[in-house]
Design a protein around this ligand. Structure first.
Ligand code: SD4
Length: 297
């Protein structure tokens, strides 16, 4: 297949992330190594404010990270509510490879990471701390409720990445600091296998960004892959999963969700609720940022 290898990932920061993944894919490497290397780029980038270091904290000022990873054999690993570690995706991979479990959370996940040589670091940057203080003051003064219906560009740039290597192996990774100023303890869709990410090595993969609550309630990424399994193209499957949200969830108009998907033939597609979601794609012939089609015009 001339279209392989291929890597696709969410938002603008997908471009540099794809380049890191490509270094591995171009050498004939495994898609699992590619997606891990790819999403580590925004995790380490302080300017990407909803992934890894430099992420927006929760309402109490803590940066808590969610991530998961899955390969073509159906293996999966995940961490939720992980603090102090810059690369949750690599911890998720170790959960997959070194433990009998799929998901480790909070303190246990942190202990597991430290036992495996990860270093404790400060994830809350000065800038994010200042912004959080300002937010907190307003929040307390006006006793505003935490509202998950605040769709802003800044609140929605989880990275989800899918890759298929030249041997046709599909893997995916998803990593985020989650919704900004979320309630302490809140976990989103991103580390949940089937919600924020799903891979079926015989079919393809899908990943999600946006209001995690809506994705969880519709098991979005699993749905996209299952629809591809029934014969839909990646783009159609993403559209159908967005339609499902539109049908089932009141106020979905006040949210953004973006899905991206690829299949084992190397076809890919995307769909979102509102205009404004984009994804980065790289193949032997294409390196570009694409605006996704939206349900609301
Ligand atoms: C979450 N889905 O925690 C994540 C947030 C996100 O782009 O995707 N931001 O709900």
């Amino acid at each position: 297949n001339n279209n392989l290898p291929l890597v696709i990932s969410t938002w603008n920061h997908g471009m540099p992330a794809n380049e890191a993944a490509w270094e591995i894919l171009a050498k004939g490497g495994h898609s699992l190594d590619a997606v891990e290397a790819g999403v580590r780029v925004p995790e380490a980038d302080e300017n990407v404010i909803t992934v890894g270091k430099g992420g927006i904290p929760d309402a109490s000022g803590k940066v808590t990270l969610d991530a998961c990873i899955m390969d073509e054999k159906g293996r999966a690993g995940s961490v939720t509510y992980l603090q102090h570690i810059v690369h949750p995706i690599s911890v998720a991979r170790l959960v997959m490879e070194k433990t009998p479990h799929v998901m480790l959370s909070g303190k246990g996940a942190l202990e597991f990471a430290l036992d495996n040589g990860f270093k404790k670091e400060k994830l809350l940057t000065k800038k994010r701390k200042e912004e959080w203080k300002k937010w907190k003051k307003e929040y307390e003064e006006f006793s505003v409720k935490i509202n998950i219906e605040n769709v802003t560009e800044d609140n929605h740039d989880t990275i989800g990445m899918l890759a298929i290597d030249k041997d046709g192996r599909v893997s995916g990774a998803c990593t985020t600091s989650g919704m900004g100023y979320k309630m302490p303890g809140r976990v989103g869709d991103s580390p949940i296998i089937g919600a924020g990410l799903f891979v079926d090595g015989e079919v393809g993969g899908a990943t999600a960004t946006g209001s995690g609550e809506l994705v969880m309630k519709t098991v979005g990424s699993f749905l996209v892959v299952e629809l591809m399994c029934q014969g839909m193209t990646p783009g159609k499957a993403c559209e159908e999963a967005v339609k499902r949200i539109a049908k089932k969830i009141p106020n979905y108009q006040n949210h953004q969700i973006g899905y991206i998907a690829l299949n084992t033939k190397g076809e890919y597609g995307s769909f979102c609720i509102q205009p404004g979601f984009n994804y980065a794609i790289k193949t032997p012939e294409i390196t570009e940022l694409v605006d996704a089609e939206a349900w609301l015009k």
